[in-house]
Design a protein around this ligand. Structure first.
Ligand code: T4K
Length: 401
């Protein structure tokens, strides 16, 4: 435990993340090509290069790049003709469910498993109905889902298996990129991700025939100058994004290495503290990207609730996030959906989860300082503070009509 007197707030805010930026001169050098050829978007030369480099990185040619991950997932579902009901997790960023909604698909929320917070395969089959067409699971925090069991269920019931891999760029399982599992995976390259292209998204897929469909859908449905073959949208990635993507990709191994160091410090410093629970280390055959550091705060053991810790950290200029709280089914726009699973694990995790700051520029000393602050707050847990924000939501599962 640290000397209580030495604990001071950070001078500047420490956010959950801060995008890695390549050296400015490298980026400017890359911009020269754009300035020379006046090609800014619409399948330009930088994007083409980017797609090749991504194919090399994720070891598949079956990919398509988009302006963001949300539109990528929407288009992925549309291009694969997914309809009816899709079994998915409520413990994710709201975009996962929105992508279903925009395709007029009914989300059927299923519980998560307690170690890694991914969709619990044991609970999927009970939710399958004649209208179920797919499973949409999330490699949340870069933790691979139970790939084998989900694949077995999908095969047995003739369902498509789709992964929201927004957090999982760089993750490998066995000797394969995570991009190679399931029928389709979506990756987000948003600025807040470990790997980014300012904003951006990518689909990887099993069936090479889908590439054309996705290319049409992201470019208004144009097949040629005078042919529109489907009512597409505009979801193209521009050249500036692609340039950032190319440059950040060259630092990928350094980025993962730094996140791993940060994760190790948090674990070493906090995992034996009462009431702070980390996910178990991933199995040895998984190469993790360490993009997020989620912990669960058990109020009884820690002496403060997750929300109290979250608020108190702000007093020290540390801005953690409650990824993912509330559960998606508790957002106003989804509350009218019937939920046929009590979501016991998801509710508990969502009420206790806190993601800690972790990014390339965060110094290891600052990680130690954040740990000092958490322990300091813990040691003064009996002091009262005001909780400003509280979300109220129904706890009772609704019954399917
Ligand atoms: N599926 C999943 C599972 C996802 O997590 C996401 C996105 C998606 C789908 C959709 O993919 P995209 O369409 O976004 O490609 C952030 C991101 O906006 C979102 O991309 C991400 N997930 C989600 C987990 O986190 P917010 O609302 O928490 O972001 P924001 O703006 O509050 O940023 C968090 C912190 O990051 C800020 O407090 C400061 C720092 N920051 C942020 C930005 C944008 C910077 O330092 N610089 C920046 O430029 O959603």
């Amino acid at each position: 435990m640290t000397d209580v007197k030495k604990i001071k707030p950070f001078d500047k805010p420490i956010y959950i993340t801060r995008p890695f930026l390549p050296p400015l001169n490298e980026f400017c050098k890359g911009l020269e090509e754009m300035w020379d050829n006046h090609w800014l978007t619409n399948d330009g030369p930088v994007l083409k290069r980017f797609e090749k480099q991504l194919a090399n990185y994720v070891e598949t040619e079956n990919l398509c790049v988009f302006t963001n991950g949300t539109l990528a997932l929407q288009i992925g579902l549309q291009g694969m003709d997914i309809s009816g009901e899709v079994i998915t997790t409520p413990f994710t960023f709201v975009a996962t469910t929105h992508a279903l909604y925009w395709n007029k698909i009914r989300p059927v929320f299923c519980d998560i498993e307690p170690d890694y917070y991914t969709l619990d395969p044991e609970k999927v089959e009970a939710l399958i109905t004649p209208w179920t067409t797919a499973i949409l699971a999330v490699h949340v925090f870069g933790h691979p889902c139970n790939l084998k069991k989900l694949q077995e269920i999908a095969l047995k019931h003739h369902l498509r298996l789709i992964y929201d891999a927004a957090h999982a760029f760089g993750v490998r399982v066995g000797n394969k990129s995570i991009a190679q599992f399931g029928d389709l995976s979506m990756f987000s390259f948003h600025a807040t991700k470990l790997y980014h292209s300012l904003e951006g998204g990518m689909l990887t897929f099993h069936d090479p025939g889908l590439k054309k469909t996705f290319d049409y859908l992201k470019n208004f449905g144009f097949k040629s100058e005078v042919e529109v073959v489907m009512p597409g949208t505009n979801a193209k990635m521009n050249e500036m994004q692609a340039l950032m993507g190319i440059q950040v990709l060259t630092y990928m191994e350094d980025l993962i290495a730094k996140q791993k160091e940060i994760d190790a410090i948090y674990r070493e410093r906090l995992q034996d503290d009462p009431g702070i629970h980390f996910c178990p280390e991933l199995p040895e055959n998984v190469r993790h990207n360490y993009g997020y550091v989620p912990v669960e705060i058990d109020e009884k053991e820690f002496g403060l609730s997750r929300d109290e810790l979250y608020e108190r950290l702000k007093h020290y200029n540390v801005f953690t996030r409650r990824y993912f709280y509330p559960l998606i089914c508790d957002f106003a726009c989804y509350q009218s959906l019937s939920v046929n699973d009590p979501l016991r694990v998801a509710r508990k995790v969502s009420d206790q989860i806190l993601t800690l700051p972790s990014y390339y520029e965060l110094s290891l000393d600052d990680v130690h300082r954040i740990c000092d602050i958490i322990e300091h707050i813990h040691s003064r847990k009996t002091e009262k503070i005001q909780i400003t924000e509280k979300v109220t939501r129904p706890y009772k599962a609704k019954v399917m009509p």
